[in-house]
Design a protein around this ligand. Structure first.
Ligand code: NAD
Length: 358
């Protein structure tokens, strides 16, 4: 099959890790008989340098004309003092909004071979931690009305508004239930329904959607309890579905449990099969250009792309298995290195994973 992929290497370690991911994708193409046509595009700091803006029109147009987008990372000290709308990170918000990416999927997996990196030292190491946080990405308090005004006697007043519609809740809930069906069939919906009206609607709609998925177990947690449970016993979770702001916070908390930022991929999905795939980490300017970056989060983002945008689950499994095998064989980049293991650079890790695709 033929697929059109827009690739945004970005800044810092972005180009190095994306090169490894493309190496792996090419290998998937030759082993499984697919053709991935690649269009490299500018966004972030490098786009500011080249054309004076973080998200050039051409990049957006080409992304819209593709089946999926793969992004490395954007940003760096060089552009830190620019005004807000000229900063590299503006490209990310622009892409999310313009491409209609309403769902953010972030797996938090503790690999058998990397259990030592797990930050919860008291955790029973026989527990299997494999959580998928499904965060609503284009609604809620980050997009509701906000403003400031002067009061008569209390000084200045500022407000932000949490707003959700039935449609927004329903589509993210369906996404979570569909994903749960392909995993352990358990959804935990996180809200603050004891206080917030928007959360009460959230809960009502999620319960209604659940009726179409009798085979999937649903439970509800208040966000404060969810934050505690993630630390107390992360193995109880399969899929967590939640609002934009709660998801922002809980997905970072879940990722820190694994202790290895260089291992975690993400997907941001639109209606249909379109999606943007990227590692959760940033452009790591401290190690850029030194062949030290861990490319596995980006390679695992390619696996998510194969699964969610291209419907190639066998190929996605092959990439994930290759990563597990490389770890089992002892290969480590510096960030996940431990005594007795084999230290490799970014390039070499890419070669190893590509070589293990079968
Ligand atoms: P960061 O994720 O880039 O780095 C945090 C730490 O983790 C650093 O010590 C870094 O060396 C290490 N690290 C990150 N990825 C790694 C990898 N693949 N392999 C090995 N080590 C890795 O976060 P930061 O330092 O806060 O941000 C740096 C820049 O990235 C900033 O300009 C920030 O705005 C930007 N950023 C971009 C994105 C994105 O593009 N999606 C996300 C977060 C931060």
């Amino acid at each position: 099959m033929d697929f059109k992929l827009a690739v945004i290497p970005g800044d810092g370690i972005g180009p190095e890790i994306v090169a490894q991911a493309l190496k792996v994708l090419e290998r998937v193409g030759s082993v499984f008989g697919h053709n991935f046509s690649i269009k490299e595009l500018l966004a972030g700091g490098c786009a500011i340098d080249a054309v004076g803006e973080p998200l050039p029109e051409e990049t957006l147009r080409e992304c819209k004309n593709s089946d999926a987008v793969l992004l490395g990372a954007v940003g760096g000290v060089k552009w830190d003092n620019l005004p807000g709308d000229k900063r590299p990170e503006k490209a990310l918000l622009g892409l999310r909004g313009e491409l209609g990416l309403y769902a953010n999927l972030r797996p938090a997996v503790v690999y058998e071979e990397l259990k030592d990196a797990c930050l919860i030292k008291t955790m029973d190491t026989s527990d299997n931690i494999d959580i998928m946080v499904v965060r609503e990405l284009t609604g809620g308090i980050y997009f509701g009305e906000r403003g400031r005004k002067m009061t008569e006697d209390m000084g200045e007043l500022a407000f932000d508004t949490e707003v959700y519609t039935t449609l927004e809740i329903e589509r993210i809930a369906r996404m979570a239930f569909d994903i749960a069906r392909k995993r352990k069939s358990k959804v935990t919906s996180v809200d603050k329904a004891n206080i917030l009206e928007s959360s009460r609607l959230w809960r009502e709609v999620v319960e209604k959607v659940a009726k179409d998925y009798p085979d999937v177990e649903l439970n509800h947690l208040y966000v404060d309890n969810a934050a505690m449970q993630l630390i107390r016993d992360p193995s109880q979770f399969d899929v967590i579905v939640t609002t934009n702001m709660f998801g922002d916070i809980l997905s970072d908390e879940a990722s820190m449990i694994t202790g290895s930022i260089g291992m975690l991929p993400s997907a941001s999905l639109a209606e249909g099969n379109f999606g943007l795939y990227e590692p959760i980490h940033g452009s790591a300017p401290d190690i850029a250009g030194q062949d030290k970056a861990n490319p596995l989060a980006t390679i695992l983002s390619v696996a998510m792309m194969l699964r969610y945008s291209f419907n190639l689950s066998k190929e996605a499994d092959a990439v994930e298995k290759a990563v597990e095998k490389a770890l089992k064989e002892g290969y480590r980049t510096g960030d996940i290195m431990s005594p007795g293991k084999i230290l490799v650079g970014t390039e070499k890790m890419g070669d190893i994973i590509a070589g293990l695709i079968e």
